[in-house]
Design a protein around this ligand. Sequence first.
Ligand code: MF3
Ligand code: CO
Ligand code: CO
Length: 275
Amino acid sequence: MTEYVSVAVDDRAESRSGVIKLHGPEAFAAMRAAGQLAATILDALVPNVVPGITTGEIDDIVHRMTVAAGGVPATLGYRGFTKSCCTSINHVVCHGIPGDKALKNGDIVNIDVTPMLDGWHGDTSRMFLVGDVPLKARKLVDVTYECLMLGLDQARPGNRLGDIANAIQVHAEKQRYGVVRDFCGHGVGRLFHDTPEVIHAGRPGTGPELRPGMIFTVEPMINAGKSDCKLLDDGWTAVTRDRSLSAQFEHSIGITETGCEIFTTSPAGFDRPPY
Ligand code: MF3
Ligand code: CO
Ligand code: CO
């Protein structure tokens, strides 16, 4: 049985595994602010994500903007991660570490930011197209965006996490793409990664029921080939085992009485590429 607990806005950021927090209006307001900062940072990257820029230079922009807005990059120092965002290029599934690598024409790259603002985490990622991107890669990016939004269409009270997962899986597998199982979405709020685990492939009508006040991410990773991943020796970078391309989009959302509020919508309208 899933347990739920209503939390006050100033409750300590604790995780009790299996217990899903139900947040109130102040938490939604705080998540809106953190989410909009996260989305604004991704918006500002659009003119910068061009052939020749290094992922380290992108990280510097994210770091500067986060701090200038009074936030803290939640990934900085998180379990030994030393950068302010993740940059995952081509066959990198997630958690790519920014560094000296320059983007080149035709790359696709996911940039994942999580500014913590007033103690609340706005977690979002988008794909960026670098220069002229081949049709096959653009198609993967498009379908992955559709997977996220079809998943969010299922995010309403009474539905279950399995309904979100199934909508994503069905759409991806229609194109014979693989849905990554090794990484999931997650509860988010004053904790970066909280209960529940939000799967991206599963059966309808299964898993925890969605209730107003739940706050979590949906962040499907879709591979052009098989779903299997492997971890590189740096301990972070996850790549597709078959070296196929991989794409991901992520929003942070809150369940409302009638559906969901997306906290991380782009103020500039740059939710879906091309931007
Ligand atoms: N932002 C990622 C997520 O969506 C987590 C990155 S953790 C890091 O959950 F340490 F790799 F940065
Ligand atoms: Co996340
Ligand atoms: Co993220």
